[in-house]
Design a protein around this ligand. Structure first.
Ligand code: 3H9
Length: 707
């Protein structure tokens, strides 16, 4: 049972009891209607209270049901709400914890609402590419006014109930409870007094009966539409919210409700909603490691050490300081330590300057930081993260030191992005304690954390690092050990394709614009200029020794030989005016590319945007299929998460593998066959990876491999 009923005197308390967050799946909807009908029919019941067990009133419709036949089965949520609203006995909703989406809509169908202080309230459907589909677009504007309601829907963010209680003349909440522990008792009392008033002839209040309008009428909706369109280029749902709320102001309630329903059903089928729902699930799946039980005992992390106060080390330290975790930061010289501290302070001061950080909080964070030059000061840290120069010899020195000084049970993490974690672990006598924590730059901003699992990494270490990653607000994805791990190994193929496209006839600007129009935050050449082209240059030089068979376009090396490392040198693939970040196509670079083509004997050919996008994105897909086959990633959705959270892959496309499924894997394979015919491309790379071939043979999708 997912609904529990108890009689408190003459008040029936119906409690949603569907852990973890009382989502409103088919069973719950059926049981709710049954409970309501029974309470209605029971002569001993004068009024009804609807509440939620556990930590939430309700997180809304059951997301696991979306796309399955159960979602469409009666009673739908709108039907349940209608039953409640039509009840002849007063129904009071008692809200605590969370009231989100359909949960809030359910409460709005009750006659009265009482809310515990601190309850978080939202209509977050736009974050799933939807609009509220159970009356939210019609009832909320009537309850709190058109402007505040639309704002809540379009942003989809949670707000504290107190903020809504403070809206003048709002009708959403009849009462702010004294506390979370009293809200139910207060609701029962409210239900009783309501039943007395009702018995004396007072009608039951319904939000649907309230007037709905905006004083500026058309002008308001026009400007709302312009603002919402501009802020949500790739997502249709927010604009649909505007239309639905406008309907609420123009049409009778039931007509508005019917329009809302149509819009909800249409949005459910859009690729944007599919992508957003996939991303939501992917983020949560990534937390689950197939052979690590959810109840695996974790180690306590109360103190962290960071080795290296460079850009990466400083950014990593900030994550922990922001979460209130003390950090010791170690450098090898006073000068480097001072430089690192100055950068860290500058970063915080910029936040204070922009009003994003309270000066007192800045002071609190700095008070948690202990700079040091001596390994003795890091010895008692629970977790130490190495962020020194990317060179195996340097890492060896650090890990041998750490092995010598760290207390037993400390976790030894490396921030390496390219080196073999197993080799690093072998520098210690405790490989079970060694793990990779691959942060992305800027480490205090980027959401992704690749957690690299070495051959010997302990399960408890993995579980602990995943949890700590969550504490510092990261999206953690586990990767096995391979060159580049998940993200960088794939991006190498993408970058190679970008180079070949240049050789064959594209300009950097054309490639960047095509992939940016697809939705990437930044194309590969603009990105190279931002990150520094010399980084890739150094990696390629190393690869030329280790992997002599892998061919790259020479243009990137020629560019670096010209000293054009990117924004930091004022010139890269593009020219930059002093102090400016605007990328201006460079005649010098175009000449270099043309000379190089001539040397290769290549006649430039026109290449359209479709080919550019396909070659870049399918290069990711084919490499991802290999990564999956090698069990470097646990599931396709983990790879999508890496790309969404760490590489600017367009959210509305759901990640490379979700996108490939949408295109159709047979179409992807056909394009690959075409690319393999291209004499300048890497024909070997474009052979569909074995996993892709198996999926094709079985008419299956990447999604079929998700759990
Ligand atoms: C809607 O209501 C449509 C209606 O307008 C119209 C209908 C006709 N369903 O995130 P967490 C699970 S659309 C099913 O790790 P947190 C979640 O998967 C819906 N399951 O915790 C996870 O399970 P697992 C509108 C749900 O504290 C577990 O709960 N509602 C749902 O970081 C814990 O979640 C939303 O969009 C659900 N609705 O964050 C709310 N919600 O452990 C979506 C959660 O097996 N949910 N679960 O992976 C959220 O934003 C966050 O989960 C929340 C908690 C903020 C609630």
């Amino acid at each position: 049972m997912t609904v529990r009923c108890t009689l408190q005197g003459d008040v029936e308390v119906i409690a949603l009891d569907n852990p973890p967050l009382n989502s409103l799946g088919l069973d719950t909807r059926r049981e709710l209607v049954a409970a309501l009908e029974q309470a209605q029919a029971d002569p001993d019941v004068a009024a009804i209270v609807l509440t939620g067990s556990g930590r939430a009133f309700s997180a809304g419709a059951d997301l696991h049901e979306f796309g399955s036949p159960r979602a469409g089965q009666e009673p739908g949520l709108a039907g349940v709400i209608g039953t409640m609203e039509r009840a002849s006995k007063p129904v009071v909703a008692a809200l605590h914890g969370l009231a989100l989406g359909g949960g809030l809509e359910l409460a709005m169908g009750c006659h009265y609402r009482i809310v515990a202080p601190g309850t978080r309230v939202a209509l977050p459907e736009v974050k799933l590419g939807l609009l509220p589909g159970a009356g939210g677009t019609q009832r909320l504007p009537r309850a709190i006014g058109v402007g505040p309601a639309l704002d809540l829907m379009v942003r989809g963010e949670q707000v504290a109930a107190e903020a809504l209680v403070g809206i003048p003349e709002q009708k959403l909440f009849d009462q702010l409870a004294r506390g979370a522990d009293t809200v139910l008792d207060e609701a029962v009392a409210l239900a009783r007094s309501a039943s007395r008033r009702h018995a004396a002839g007072a009608p039951l209040p319904r939000l649907r009966d309230l007037p709905c309008g905006h004083p500026q009428g058309d002008a308001y909706f026009q400007s709302a539409r312009d603002a919402v369109r501009a802020a949500n280029r790739n997502f249709p749902a927010p604009l649909q919210c505007v239309d639905a709320v406008e309907s609420a102001t123009r049409e009778p309630f039931d007509v508005g409700l019917a329009h809302e329903r149509e819009r909800f059903v249409d949005l459910m089928r859009t690729p944007q909603s599919l992508a957003l729902r996939h991303a939501f699930m992917a983020e949560r799946s990534a937390r689950k490691i197939p052979d690590v039980a959810p109840d695996t005992a974790q180690r306590t992390i109360a103190k962290v050490a960071v080795i290296g106060a460079g850009t990466m080390g400083g950014g990593i330290a900030m994550n922990f300081l922001n979460a209130g975790i003390p950090v010791v930061m170690l450098e090898s010289s006073q000068q480097a330590l001072d430089r690192g501290l100055a950068t860290l302070r500058r970063n915080y001061e910029a936040q204070v300057g922009k009003g994003k950080l309270e000066p007192t909080r800045y002071a609190q964070r700095m008070a948690l930081l202990t700079p040091t030059l001596g390994y003795a000061d890091v010895a008692d840290a629970d977790l130490v993260i190495e962020a020194v120069f990317e060179d195996l010899g340097v890492k060896e020195q650090v890990f041998r030191q750490l092995d010598a000084v760290m207390k037993p049970g400390a976790i030894l993490a490396s921030n390496t992005s390219t080196l073999d974690l197993n080799t690093i672990a072998a520098f210690t006598r405790r490989p079970q304690d060694v793990v990779g924590m691959h942060f992305f730059s800027p480490a205090n901003v980027m959401k992704l954390l690749e957690v690299v699992r070495g051959g010997g990494t302990g399960r408890d270490v993995l579980a602990t690092v995943m949890a700590v990653g969550g504490r510092i607000g990261k999206i953690c994805v586990v990767s096995g050990v391979c060159d580049g791990f998940i993200g960088n190994r794939m991006i190498e193929q993408y970058t190679r394709q970008a180079g070949f496209l240049i050789d064959e006839g594209c300009t950097p600007d054309q490639v960047d614009k095509a992939i940016e129009a697809f939705g990437f935050a930044m194309g590969p050449f603009r990105m190279g200029d931002l990150a520094g082209n010399d980084i890739g240059w150094a990696i390629r030089k190393r690869r030329a020794i280790e992997k002599p068979g892998v061919r790259f376009s020479k243009t990137a090396d020629l560019l670096c030989a010209m000293g054009r490392f990117g924004q930091k040198t004022g010139a890269g693939w593009y020219d930059y005016a002093p102090g400016k970040r605007d990328a201006v196509p460079s005649r010098l670079v175009l000449d270099m590319i043309e000379r190089h083509r001539a040397e290769l004997g290549l006649t430039p050919r026109p290449i359209d945007d479709e080919e550019i996008v396909q070659r870049l994105v399918y290069a990711l897909v084919n490499e991802a299929a290999r990564i999956l086959d090698e069990k470097i990633a646990s599931r396709p959705s983990d790879i999508d998460m890496v790309y969404l959270a760490g590489y600017g892959f367009p959210l509305h496309r759901g990640g490379p593998l979700h996108y490939a499924d949408g295109v159709g894997l047979s179409n992807v394979a056909k394009a690959m066959e075409r690319f393999a015919q291209n004499p300048h491309d890497d024909a070997g790379f474009w052979q569909p990876a074995p996993l892709l071939r198996r999926l094709l043979a079985g008419h299956a999708t990447f999604a079929s491999l998700n759990d």
